[in-house]
Design a protein around this ligand. Sequence first.
Ligand code: HEM
Length: 343
Amino acid sequence: MFPSSLTLYRPFLSGRYTVSAGLFRLGVQPVPFVGPQAAEVVETHTFALDNTYPAFVASKAAAHARALHEYAGEAGLTPALREAALSFLAHTLAAQSGGCMTWDGQHFGNAALGWTAALDLKRGTLDSLTQDSGPYSALVADIQPISAFDFLALNAPEDLALLARHPVTGADFLAAVHVMSPQHWDPRDKLGRDFAFVHAPVAGSGPLNATAPRLIDAVISRGPFVRFAWGVAMSDRLDHHPAAPPDADRARATAFDPDRAFLRVERQTLTGFPAAHGALFTIRPYIYPLADAVADPVHARALAAAHRSMTPDQVEYKGLTALLPGLLAWLDDQGLDGRAGAR
Ligand code: HEM
């Protein structure tokens, strides 16, 4: 139903870890680390549907059933921004789904999940839901979406956030979150907060936060953009909400093991709605076995160099303090020429 291959992104190939904007203009500026050959590719899409789609839907359905309020909420969201974002979501998901999803201005259908909803974008409501059979309909059989935003978010692999800027004061704030695959942060802590508050826990985010007003302006009026974040994780679970049941990632007892290590890349897009004084932020995790991501010694050396460029605070922030010696020793071994693929 969807492309069977997962796009490989290796944003660490510069060999440096930076806490910086790293924005590429969608449709204009090539992303320089796409695919097995790390090619330069001009991307245009917001939503990426591939063979991992059922895993996203299953994870989102579990989070929804466990405690939706821990993952999703609104703070000062204006009807104008809500409508602009909903309209973009419905149109763009349908347009980028390869025919699986449809939107006629009133009804959003998803053949993979077998459901169709009548949505009122002005009021933000889900007025009716019909559930039929589809290849993955069992995953959402027990889910009752609560609004148009909730419903559309459940159809996308991407997590969603709406950032807003007050038209008079210029203050920015996070007006809505629907984040079901957070990497060790709690969406409730960020809701209603400004850019600098949201990013305060990130080690070395001072210079980035100082540029927040210019960044927010660019995001609302000069996008759309794509950017990437990356890190090594010790599990392939999507949902690392602090209140979700714990797993091996960032557990005190977890030692570095190359066979259980993953590269987690987050592809993030930003689409502005200037007339509605806000923007949509999407977050899509890609999780690759670490050994696959650095099978080429050149790539292993780049990942080692990028970790060596982190400050101790950054290593700590990334949850790697106990793992770093083992990770670097293994990467150095992988980086020896002629040892590609050796474990
Ligand atoms: C121009 C827009 C943005 C830029 C340049 C940016 C940049 C960054 C950077 C560099 C990091 C550190 C990543 C790492 O190495 O781990 C980060 C983390 C993060 N960003 Fe953003 N970001 C942007 C927008 C947003 C928005 C709109 C949200 C709203 C949900 C957000 C939420 C976060 C969160 C929650 C973290 C992790 C913070 C934590 O651990 O508590 N970012 N961001």
